[in-house]
Design a protein around this ligand. Structure first.
Ligand code: BGC
Length: 741
């Protein structure tokens, strides 16, 4: 039996290699199936037609563990007596010259290779296999250079030449069937305007920050060139600004053939809203030649939200675009600079919102497999998965907890217990790791952590917020143990051991970090707190939301939180770890009014500050560009970082009030907390059990509630006046006298 070999170009050939094989279709063809995978990324063609229905195949996994294989029915492409199969190879993630700042030299393999089997089945019952081996030819291609972060160079004049035979190579990654979503580019964005900047540079504005490709359809003189680089923002003077891309030079350079040309990166992508044209044929710039295509995993949109406040609507659009730009096979931090990595902290923070906006179950099942594979024997995990290269990142609280938080959120959203049974062992190993660190098994106060990353209670320019690191770590430790308890109970297992552990952590937390029920230390005020303290907005939010306080202390802790917010000018000072919970902590404790104050705040740090500055995606920093137009250090300033977009789960779950009482929305509660300042709120959500619509609207003298519940779904509706209604399926309308706010 013929077995496919891993094959590659015989040597470096100065372009992306094209590996080819002629096929004789011997008899009457019934079916043709291609199984294919690569180290690097591939595009496959039969008879010149694309067989690949996604970009960047075979996708991104930790190739030290496994690589996905795709299976295509290619019967319709194998027409006639002969056909040619061609596989174009690029470096992708596996052989990137630089994979994020952690891998500076080809992280998994020195050069790209492919392994494929084409099986032709004939009507007479016989079959024939064509496999990758040394009989394949290697040709040049017009893609002279392509790298994820550095961009792509194409020359349309190139006539591909045969340069020799393929060479066998060794690849050790285990091959698994495709388990993730494919990556597609299905959203088209047209240029908004051509800007000549004060510096005299020619800049095209697409009006939307995104991740993807600029497609150029152009006719010009043979040998003319077009070259451009991307940017997310213009600086305060209106000049092109891309210093925040760091080493990701992202240059696209194309040479024209003299005929009608179409150019678009094949194995590279960029994060951008603007491009600066550095080279362009000697003619007037024609914007019709340019189109932007947004690239993302093929996830189905499941939520639409609109309210009476245009700025909040823009915020929601920014959240959705942030998710699309960063859900490219792996949940990444950002799509533009020399990073674009599967940062665990960002992924867990945003996970609940992600699972409302889109059906991400399959997407997360794939990533969680990587996460489990990247977890070390002792239960620890670094901050990035798939692990990128030999260098490591920190083992950090709030990041490693993605191991417990993501499976739980995905289970809650889609109701499939398998994700919990698949993950339980790794969830428990993570908890066991934390328990084993330091002297006290109930505290986590050792190690090097990211803390409340980018919180603004510490002075301007500081990355780690003011909240005491041990407090943050121990709070997340407790939360992870809680999630193990919930997972075990959901799976019908005994959780008593973990309940004892959770109690002990609670006691140790209180002893170490609180005094008379309050967090220890000096209260932290926005931008002013030089020394770490336990008394911060984030600490209070975590204590309230994670249940790290006595029931009877909740009201005074809520007052303390409100007081800190007020002393900070009615603003938040929370970072990555506090922000997802602060609005919940307030509204669960009777202060939805303050939660709305924060949601609607327009001064930085706030969600609407960036909206007011024209943001079309979420910013990494609350004040990536501050009131004076000052740009946060070029070293770490992304304008497409979805973490703070996590606020949408509060809009959905509290303001609209939709809560899955049974995982997967089999049973729901709708307990809206309307606020006049939004005017109205209307959510249409496609759960697996059917479409849920939840809307409220302020009229002159009343608040009207409209609900549509899928047939057979039980819902409890709890109106703000305390009245409860048990309903099943159908349309339900209620009205109550107007509320003050
Ligand atoms: C990333 C973050 C990430 C962090 C770790 C940054 O460079 O962009 O979003 O979580 O490092 O703290």
């Amino acid at each position: 039996m013929k077995v496919a070999q891993w094959i590659c170009a015989p040597q470096e050939i100065g372009c992306c290699p094209s590996l080819r094989k002629s096929i004789a279709v011997e008899k009457d063809l019934k079916k043709a199936v291609l199984r294919i995978t690569a180290m690097g990324v591939y595009r496959a063609y039969i008879g010149g037609k694309s067989v690949t229905d996604g970009a960047f195949m075979p996708g991104w996994t930790n190739y030290n563990h496994f690589v996905q294989e795709q299976i295509y029915d290619v019967t319709s492409l194998c027409v006639g007596k002969t056909a040619e199969i061609e596989v174009l190879l690029g470096d992708g993630w596996a052989c990137a010259e630089m994979l994020g700042w952690v891998a500076k030299d080809r992280p998994y393999a020195p050069f790209p290779s492919v392994r494929a089997t084409l099986t032709l089945t004939y009507f007479d019952g016989t079959s024939q296999k064509i496999v990758t081996d040394e009989s394949w030819e290697v040709w040049t291609s017009r893609i002279l250079y392509s790298e994820l972060y550095f961009g792509e160079v194409q020359d349309a004049r190139v006539v591909p030449q045969k340069i020799g035979q393929a060479k066998k190579t060794n690849v050790h990654a285990k091959i698994i069937r495709q388990i993730g979503e494919k990556i597609i580019a299905d959203e088209t964005v047209y240029p908004r305007e051509l800007i000549i900047t004060p510096k005299g540079e020619r800049v095209i504005d697409f009006g939307q920050n995104m991740a993807g490709w600029v497609r150029v359809r152009i006719h010009g003189n043979r040998g003319d060139r077009i070259s451009f680089v991307p940017a997310e923002i213009l600086d305060k003077d209106g000049n092109f600004y891309n210093e925040n891309y760091r080493k990701a030079s992202s240059v696209c350079t194309y040479t024209l053939s003299g005929g009608d040309d179409e150019f678009m990166p094949v194995f590279s992508f960029q994060g951008f809203r603007y491009i600066r044209l550095d080279e362009y044929p000697d003619k007037e710039i024609d914007l019709d030649e340019f189109t932007a295509l947004a690239l993302h995993s093929d996830i189905k949109r499941t939520c639409r939200f609109v309210c009476g406040n245009e700025k909040i609507n823009q915020l929601y659009s920014n959240i959705v675009w942030g998710q699309l730009s960063n859900y490219i096979d792996v949940p990444t931090d950002c799509p533009q600079r020399d990073e674009r990595l599967g940062w665990l902290g960002d992924a867990q923070v945003f996970c609940r919102t992600a699972a409302i906006n889109f059906d991400v179950e399959k997407f997360f099942r794939k990533w969680l497999k990587d996460l489990r594979a990247d977890q070390k024997e002792d239960g620890s995990i670094e901050g990035v998965s798939p692990k990128a290269g030999k260098l490591g990142t920190r083992i950090s609280s709030g990041w490693g907890d993605a191991l417990t938080i993501c499976p739980w959120e995905i289970y809650k959203a889609f109701g499939n217990k398998e994700i919990l049974s698949d993950s339980l062992e790794s969830m428990e190993k993570w908890v066991a790791y934390i328990k084993s660190t330091g002297d006290n098994p109930y505290l986590w106060n050792t190690g090097n952590h990211y803390g409340d990353w980018l919180a603004t209670d510490a002075p301007y320019g500081t990355c780690v917020g003011a909240t005491d690191i041990g407090l943050v770590c121990t709070a997340f430790y407790a939360y992870s143990v809680d999630l193990v308890i919930r997972a075990r109970e959901t799976l019908g297992m005994d959780a008593s051991e973990y309940k004892v552990l959770r109690k002990e952590i609670g006691k140790a937390f209180a002893l170490e970090y609180t005094e008379n029920g309050f967090p220890k230390g000096e209260p932290a005020i926005l931008g002013k707190t030089e020394k770490p303290t336990c008394y911060t907005q984030t600490a209070l939010a975590l204590m309230l939301y994670f249940g790290l306080c006595r029931e009877e202390d909740k009201s005074k802790l809520t007052d303390a939180l409100v007081s800190l917010i007020e002393q900070s000018g009615k603003r938040m000072s929370t970072g990555f770890l506090g922000t997802p919970y602060i609005l919940h902590a307030l509204s669960e404790n009777g202060r939805s009014d303050i939660a709305y104050d924060l949601l609607l705040q327009e001064k930085a740090p706030s969600w609407l500050f960036s909206v007011n500055r024209g943001a079309t995606t979420m910013w990494e920093h609350w004040d990536g560009i501050d009131e004076e137009g000052r740009i946060w250090s070029k070293d770490m300033n992304s304008f497409n970082h979805y973490a703070y977009g996590a606020v949408f789960d509060w809009i959905f779950g509290v303001s609209a009030g939709i809560v899955p009482v049974e995982a997967g929305y089999g049973k729901i509660r709708i307990a809206p907390k309307p606020d006049k300042r939004l005017g109205f709120s209307d959510i249409v959500f496609e759960s697996r059990k059917g479409t849920i619509r939840a809307a409220w609207r302020y009229t002159i003298d009343s608040v009207r509630f409209e609900y549509e519940i899928p047939a057979d779904i039980e819902a409890e509706i709890v109106l703000p006046n305390g009245k409860k209604y048990a309903v099943k399926g159908g349309k339900h309308i209620f009205s109550i006298p107007a509320l003050k706010k």
